[in-house]
Design a protein around this ligand. Structure first.
Ligand code: GAP
Length: 512
């Protein structure tokens, strides 16, 4: 069911100009996508909402736009050359390659599904008197599956922590996991595979050197931290925010734009005094959750997933997960990265990048709290929440994207009722004034009903209809996408009325 909805969302994205497969006429390129005419507007609005929430609302956070290419030693220092790996396994019969950890995670999910099925069956049988907690504690099939799941989870966790690739393969064999294509268990050994894309800089004759496409934007911030601090006269605590492309050679590319090979990140590194980092970590957790929830998708659709297993350089980490049609999934990571990155760059570059704190008269390496969100995942969460097939009173169904107005690609559609009697001219006159305020679209083809439906499908929050009365009294009919209610409004009042409803400023004010 949820899978069907997700398929519909993916095809809606293509049909209405939000997301196309990359190089579509060549049948696409795996895990790479292009944003169409509506997608780019929605994506830009998401980025603007994030950027303004960071840089406009905090007088101690500034922006940066660093290059995709960086000195190769950056990635040695950051640990990406040695440790930015996925464990891979091949099936010899299908010749397909899989992430070994994902095969095991899918197996864990199967045990959960079995438990959920038992619970659903029992709920149906017992009706209102059903006590789910009691059932889960006593039903033999539920208990057996829970036991198997927990045992697998512990074994898997230990193997990951010990980086024991042979044990990971053994788990796959012991669980009887088969290749979904060939159906066999003819697996190779598990190998580590580095996710960074490599390319060459300079001609071979000159002695080309290997460089990487950045797998995260964060390192551009770290290596510029002192440049920004000095030239911007920033005092700790301060933050640097950046939006930009990142590249990872993902082997298991699944769920549309959820896991891509070329994607965009919005990252902010917040530099703090050592010892204060856990307070700031807590504060940023709250701020980031508030940013998500201001969109009005319902608090129940978000949760924190605090990490039990921390990377060696982190002393706290959490994900903000959103309820997608395929389950709760990570959209943003918040990490307390200690002084690891700055210290590593100091060590590898041989240059001091310590901060002199005028308040304590000390030099130290700041600690860092990072907030890191994928633009594309955010885009997907917005689309998944907005997509709705609605049954109308007259028996028809309408497909509507209930996008938050501030994020919608088009804010206002201007529609002359008929293509004659001077209505198109009047409508264009209104367009020529309002286009300086909002992203407006003019449409005159087809019946007004069909035009409303088209705008609903791309999430336009408001339509105005220009009719014969407009010529006489300079009023228009303003239609609300969600309620479909209409009201008569003087043209002169439209800018102020709509500004309040569709601007990003209105959204940002909720964060204050
Ligand atoms: N600098 C920290 C960092 O990059 P991460 O958890 O690897 O952390 C942060 O990535 C965010 O970037 C994720 O929460 C996700 O939203 C997004 N992201 C990561 N890999 C992605 C991919 N292959 N496709 C789309 N988005 C991705």
């Amino acid at each position: 069911m949820a899978e069907d909805v997700f398929k519909k969302i993916v095809s809606h994205c293509k049909e209405y100009g939000f997301v196309f497969p990359s190089s579509d006429i060549y049948d696409g390129l795996g895990a790479v996508y292009d944003y169409g005419q509506n997608g780019v507007e929605l994506k830009n609005n998401i980025k603007q909402y994030w950027w303004q929430a960071m840089v406009l609302l905090h007088d101690n956070i500034v922006g940066l736009d660093s290059a995709v290419f960086m000195h190769p030693t950056v990635w040695k220092a950051s640990g990406h050359v040695d440790a930015f790996n996925d464990p891979l396994i091949d099936n010899r019969d299908s010749k397909k390659r899989y992430r070994a950890d994902v095969l095991i995670e899918d197996q864990l999910a199967k045990y959960d599904e079995k438990i959920e099925k038992e619970v659903a069956k029992a709920r149906k049988r017992f009706g209102e008197s059903f006590d789910e907690a009691m059932f889960c504690q006593t039903n033999p099939r539920v208990l057996e599956n829970a036991k198997k799941r927990d045992a697998l989870h512990n074994r898997f966790k230990e193997a990951l922590e010990a980086n024991d690739l042979a044990e990971i393969k053994q788990i796959i064999l012991d669980e009887g996991i088969v290749c979904p294509i060939s159906g066999t268990r003819n697996w190779t050994d598990v190998r580590q595979f580095n996710l960074m894309f490599k390319t060459e800089v300079g001609s071979t004759a000159d002695g080309a050197s290997t460089i990487y496409l950045r797998p995260e934007t964060a390192q551009g911030i770290f290596v510029n931290y002192l440049n920004v601090q000095k030239t911007g006269r920033m005092k700790v605590p301060f933050g640097i925010a950046q939006i930009g492309k990142a590249f990872r050679n993902e082997i298991v590319a699944r769920q549309f734009i959820f896991r891509m090979r070329e994607f965009e990140q919005m990252e902010m590194q917040y530099f703090v005094r050592p010892g204060t980092e856990l307070e700031w970590f807590k504060a940023w957790k709250e701020q980031r959750m508030a940013w998500h929830q201001a969109l009005g998708f319902g608090a129940e659709n978000y949760r924190f997933h605090d990490h039990d297993k921390l990377a060696h350089y982190a002393n706290a980490a959490t994900d903000i997960e959103f309820h997608m049609p395929f389950g709760f999934k990570e959209v943003e990571g918040i990490h307390s990265r200690t002084d690891f990155d700055l210290s590593q760059h100091e060590k590898f570059s041989g240059k001091s990048i310590k901060y002199f704190d005028p308040e304590t008269n000390e030099s130290y390496t700041p600690y860092v709290i990072e907030t890191s969100i994928g633009v594309d995942r955010m885009f997907l969460s917005v689309m998944c929440h907005a997509y709705c097939e609605e049954q109308l009173e007259n028996g028809e169904t309408r497909t509507v994207l209930r996008l938050p107005a501030a994020l919608a690609p088009t804010k206002l559609a201007i529609l002359p009722l008929v293509r004659k009697d001077g209505l198109p001219e009047k409508a264009k006159e209104i367009l020529n004034d309002l286009k300086f305020h909002f992203n407006c679209k003019y449409e005159e083809k087809d019946t007004i009903g069909k035009r409303y439906r088209r705008q609903d499908a791309v999430g336009t929050p408001y339509c105005i209809t220009v009719d014969h009365d407009t010529l006489a009294d300079n009023t228009v009919t303003l239609r609300d996408r969600d309620t479909m209610q209409q009201q008569r409004v003087p043209i002169s009042e439209l800018p102020a009325l709509l500004e309040e409803k569709v601007s990003i400023t209105a959204l940002l004010k909720k964060l204050a």
